[in-house]
Ligand binder design. Structure first.
Ligand code: SF4
Ligand code: SF4
Length: 223
């Protein structure tokens, strides 16, 4: 009988090269128009997701290092109040909350993974298998200050380009294979969507990649 081999531990830290490769997978435009036009008028002329009081981009430390090497768009985010401090504590060992200089300084190629993937995240079905993308739960609700849906694109799923969904699906598949903690995070967020649906009947959207659009298997385990 052969001795049971210990599984090698994967290096958790993404390298700068990996980040640059991921950026190539995350280069598709999300819509055929600028979706900032859907939300900026209600938010002082700035897209909702580009305001750090609404969403603070979480970068990998090597991603931040890379972006600092190529420019000065990004700096470390500093918590101000108690809520900020609580958020700061959720940073992983290889992550850092950051802030950009503002939308007027945005450089497309220097957007972070957080910027590029917003407002979607992976959805894992009851088997724990990635089957599509879903809207980040918090941003489909109304903002209490404006009474408007935080991310209005979450009501326009049909406007999201299939090429965007397909390439982002590949990105998430690779990332979760590479980083177990990311897999665990989205396993939990997907479970909580199902729990909420069972409790309240609230449905959530799933955006399928092309190869699963007509798959009966993928749809059998989604709820
Ligand atoms: S992703 Fe949503 S919040 Fe961000 S700019 Fe588009 S519509 Fe606005
Ligand atoms: S880098 Fe660009 S996309 Fe990202 S938060 Fe700043 S303005 Fe928005």
């Amino acid at each position: 009988m052969s001795e049971k081999k210990k599984r090698p531990r994967i290096d958790r830290n993404l390298s700068e090269e990996e980040i640059q490769y991921y950026y190539t997978l995350l280069d598709e435009s999300i819509t055929d128009y600028d979706c900032g036009d859907l939300c900026k008028d209600a938010n002082g002329g700035v897209p909702y997701c580009c305001q750090s009081q609404h969403a603070v981009p979480l970068l990998y430390k090597n991603e931040y290092k890379h972006l600092r090497n190529v420019g000065d768009l990004w700096h470390e985010w500093r918590p101000v109040d108690a809520d900020d401090k609580k958020l700061k504590e959720t940073e992983g060992d290889d992550q850092i909350f950051c802030e950009c200089k503002g939308v007027q300084h945005c450089i497309r190629d220097q957007r972070s993974i957080s910027c590029r993937t917003f407002p979607l995240e992976p959805y894992l079905d009851r088997r724990g298998v990635l089957v599509g993308l879903t809207f980040i739960r918090d941003f489909v609700d109304k903002d209490p200050d404006t009474g408007r849906i935080k991310c209005p694109l979450s009501r326009k799923k049909q406007d999201i380009r299939q090429d965007f969904i397909d390439s982002h699906f590949i990105f998430w598949e690779k990332l979760m294979l590479r980083k177990e903690d990311e897999y665990e995070t989205y396993l939990e967020t997907s479970k909580s969507l199902r729990r909420e649906k069972a409790r309240t009947g609230r449905r959530f959207e799933i955006l399928y990649p092309t190869h699963l659009l007509n798959s009966k298997t993928a749809k059998r385990f989604i709820y």
